[in-house]
Design a protein around this ligand. Structure first.
Ligand code: FES
Length: 274
């Protein structure tokens, strides 16, 4: 579960500047509903060249709504030169921070603003720049490089949190690591050695004992490890878990999630009887 600041909650529950400006000076559209996040930003300038009004419509999660709302508040009253210096980190800071898994929402706000300013100036938008590295989410090398540079990202997971790249089939992970290494002037980190089966079983047992059993015991339940076949982890439910209709959800959301976090992201948990 993500921790949201009060400011994020406030901007999610009562977003500012929702809607669309008629006859806007600038329009920015980023993301797509098919990818789960989309943002439509419009602004109007006053006769001094300052942003007099800004409105947004978004399709996305609480962080996407809060980030768009924050962005519109941040840019009002600014010249375009001032507005275009706003970084995604400033949008997140305005909200008192965002969960790291949701930083891509602030990046989406920054990109929508860039597009809206580009549309006003009649210059090409950034969306078409670079070569697509992540086919799943259509993210280019230049977008990844920029996110790594501006936010000091150090891992594929960081890049996924900020750009979504790498969050699907994982085929692009090698290319993302190379981009990180290129920017940091580092060598590509060595891939960790795979666990032996004995190491894997030991780590699974430890994770169940430390991370999973305490939660299950609170509700009178338990699980036991039955077998590990490759990446398939077979467990049997005990106590209240054995008759609980929510057991399949617990298997996915608690047991599998913890084992993937602490042992290996490739593990799949199966419930078996024994
Ligand atoms: S190509 Fe990047 S996650 Fe699939």
């Amino acid at each position: 579960m993500w921790e949201y600041t009060d400011k994020v909650r406030e901007h999610f529950l009562n977003p500012k500047n929702v809607g669309e400006i008629e006859h806007p000076d600038g329009v920015g559209d980023v993301g797509s509903i098919a990818c789960g996040d989309a943002l439509h930003l419009t602004f109007k300038l006053d006769d001094q060249g300052r942003i007099a009004d800004a409105k947004f419509k978004t399709f996305g999660c609480a962080s996407a709504i809060a980030s768009a709302s924050a962005l519109t508040e941040l840019i009002k009253g600014k010249t375009l030169e001032e507005a275009e210096k706003i970084t995604n980190q400033e949008i997140a800071n305005y909200l008192g921070g965002l969960p790291k898994e949701k930083m891509h929402c602030s990046v989406m706000g920054q990109e929508a603003l860039e597009q809206a300013i580009a549309s006003y100036r009649g210059t090409p938008t950034k969306e078409v720049e670079g070569t697509v590295v992540c086919e799943c989410f259509g993210v280019t090398d230049l977008e990844i490089e920029r996110a790594v540079r501006e936010n000091s990202l150090k891992s594929v997971e960081d890049v996924t949190n900020y750009t979504k790249a790498g969050g699907g089939c994982e085929r692009c992970h090698g290319a993302i690591l190379e981009l990180i290494a290129k920017i940091q002037g580092e060598t590509v980190p060595e891939a960790p050695k795979p666990l032996t089966n004995i190491q894997k079983i030991k780590l699974i047992e430890e994770t169940i004992e430390r991370e999973i059993r305490p939660s299950l015991r609170q509700d009178g339940g338990n699980i036991e490890l039955v077998d590990v076949i490759g990446n398939r982890v077979q467990v049997a439910t005990r106590g209240a878990c054995a008759s609980c209709p929510s057991a399949p959800i617990t298997m996915k959301n608690l047991v599998e999630a913890k084992l993937r976090e602490f042992v290996s992201p490739d593990l799949v948990v199966e419930e078996v009887s024994s």
